[in-house]
Design a protein around this ligand. Structure first.
Ligand code: PXG
Length: 406
């Protein structure tokens, strides 16, 4: 038995079977490259679902991690630490908010936003107790907690996990009239991805977030943007909402906030929302710990100093054009923004998974989403030369007869 097979068998034996990864075992990463245990080199075109925007093991982020690890890693929030304030100050100024509440995972940032906006609804807006409603979109992905999967429209995410938290109303994504029709006096917020990632790289109609903002303002409800996957440069702007010139009332960040090194997430808002929290209302043992703060701060420095949003915009535009120029008989549509690109495989050519397997054989790691979509989302530190190499391999796969499932 080969080393790869041995390691995969061990995971199968000792772990729950809640994933179906590509059969590659990675042991090292640097920049946009990773190496498997057999010594093969791959271009990472998934970036851990946009958590590795700064590239694997960015030297500045690793230096911050090591330096902080040698001094202090965790205090809990029972005491102050000397790193958290500066990190949140930097984050708020960069993204444009008064306050941030630090957590660890994306799902926790979303839960934080839900709690904040509900409590704002009761304390500030004056909604009757327990009556607050949050509008959400079909095809959403906001994480895996029971509250969050409770308002998913994906049957598999929910099946067997109920009963669920009430108070959410589902509307079609990208449909501004549906939003207008769904708001009531009890609406406290509209939780939305400015571009749906897991849903299949779905770009909403132009101006959608702008109009959503206007509707929320009129209804005295909070526009809550989940930018956990789209944020921090991925789509060619610091926030994807900036494409529409919108600063949402509440924004959730995660993934790349930890620079691909450490789980760091946050919920950001202005005082009217954030000040609803009193000591004891909410928290996390690890949220805002000094290691997370030091890493998060370095992750933001890299985004800004290396102009990663600008790189994503420029390279993404060019790359999307080149992907279209491949002229594949298997491709129905290519869509996305910046370096968050989905290639939709025609149903007559099978599903996206065999294409990902064929790409892997040619040294490119990409992952299907929603059955028909191959997603290309490389680290934002990638260069045009490396993308050109990738295009040659992608062209080979997409011009050949449709690959068969493994
Ligand atoms: N919001 C969005 C838009 C996301 O893409 C989350 C929230 C949740 O983040 P955490 O850190 O709690 O996973 C995501 C996560 C998975 C998986 O394995 C998750 C994501 C993408 C692909 C796979 O559950 N996105």
């Amino acid at each position: 038995m080969g080393r790869t097979e041995e390691l995969i068998r061990e995971v199968d034996r000792w772990s729950a079977h809640n994933y179906h990864p590509l059969p590659v075992v990675i042991e090292r990463g640097e920049g946009c490259w990773v190496w498997d245990v057999e010594g093969n080199k791959y271009l990472d075109m998934l970036s851990a679902y946009s958590a590795v925007n700064q590239g694997h093991r960015h030297p500045r982020i690793i230096a911050a991690l090591v330096d902080q690890a040698e001094r202090l890693t965790l205090t809990s929030r029972a005491f102050h630490n000397d790193q958290m304030g500066a990190f949140l100050h930097q984050l708020c100024e960069l993204v444009g908010y008064h306050k941030a509440l630090p957590m660890n995972t994306g799902a926790e940032a979303v839960e934080t936003a839900i709690k904040a906006v509900r409590k704002w609804g009761y304390m500030v807006k004056g909604v009757a107790p327990e009556a607050g409603e949050i509008i959400v979109c079909e095809n959403n992905f906001h994480g895996r907690t029971t509250t969050i999967v409770g308002f998913s429209s994906e049957e598999q995410y929910r099946h067997g996990f109920g009963p669920f938290t009430p108070g959410f109303k589902l509307i079609p994504y990208g449909d501004i009239d549906a939003l207008r029709a769904a708001v009531t006096e009890n609406t406290v917020g509209f939780l939305v991805e400015p571009l749906q990632g897991e849903g299949g790289v779905i770009v909403p109609p132009e101006g959608y977030m702008k109009e959503a903002q206007a509707i929320c303002r009129e209804a005295n409800a909070k526009l809550m943007a989940d930018e956990i996957q789209t944020g921090l440069g991925r789509t060619g702007r610091m926030l994807c909402c900036h494409w529409d010139g919108v600063t949402p009332d509440v924004v959730m960040l995660g993934k790349a906030l930890g620079g691909g090194v450490y789980p760091v997430s946050a919920c950001l808002a202005d005082e009217d929302v954030m000040d609803v929290f009193a000591p004891g209302d909410h928290g996390s043992t690890f949220g805002g710990n000094p290691l997370a703060a030091a890493v998060g701060s370095a992750a933001l420095d890299v985004l800004v100093d290396e102009k990663l949003p600008e790189r994503a915009a420029e390279l993404g535009d060019w790359f999307m054009g080149e992907l279209s120029a491949i002229g594949s008989p298997h491709v129905e549509e290519i869509r996305g923004r910046g370096l968050m690109i989905g290639v939709v495989v025609k149903e007559s050519s099978g599903t996206a998974r065999p294409f990902c397997e064929a790409l892997m054989e040619r040294g490119i790691l990409a992952k299907e989403t929603h059955y028909q979509v191959v997603r290309f989302a490389p680290p934002l530190v990638i260069t045009r030369e490396i993308l050109e190499e990738a295009l040659a391999a992608i062209g080979e796969v997409f011009r050949a007869p449709a690959p068969q499932p493994a």
